[in-house]
Design a protein. Structure first.
Length: 118
């Protein structure tokens, strides 16, 4: 599975961005997908996860109520809608996929930079 993340950019605090993670595999609908981020000098952290059907969704506490993860399996794409952005959200964002039943994310996309100015 090859993943392509896009949609990052520079936005003012309080603004919004939508990230997209497009996958190459026809079987993408059977994979769970997570969005991660890594800020300079910090460890990578998970932001959100969506299972293959979209029924199970997880959010980190820091983004609950502001970010929404969704997927369109017909388009092999997972989205991360980010609203009410804060300077602390500044990071490189990555999407990753894991197969059903897997505990590790085996497939990673390249990062997309999100910068939130105050």
């Amino acid at each position: 599975v090859q993943l392509q993340a896009s949609g990052g950019g520079l936005v003012q605090a309080g603004g919004s961005l939508r990230l997209s993670c497009a996958a190459s595999a026809r079987t993408f609908s059977s994979y769970g997908v997570g969005w991660f981020r890594q800020a300079p000098g910090k460890e990578r952290e998970i932001v959100a996860h969506i299972n293959w059907s979209g029924v199970y969704i997880y959010y980190a506490d820091s983004v609950k109520g502001r970010f929404t993860i969704s997927r369109d399996n017909a388009k092999n794409t997972v989205y991360l809608q980010m609203n009410s952005l804060k300077p602390d959200d500044t990071a490189v964002y990555y999407c990753a996929a894991r197969g059903n039943g897997a505990t590790m994310y085996g497939y990673w996309g390249q990062g997309t930079q999100v910068t939130v100015s105050s």
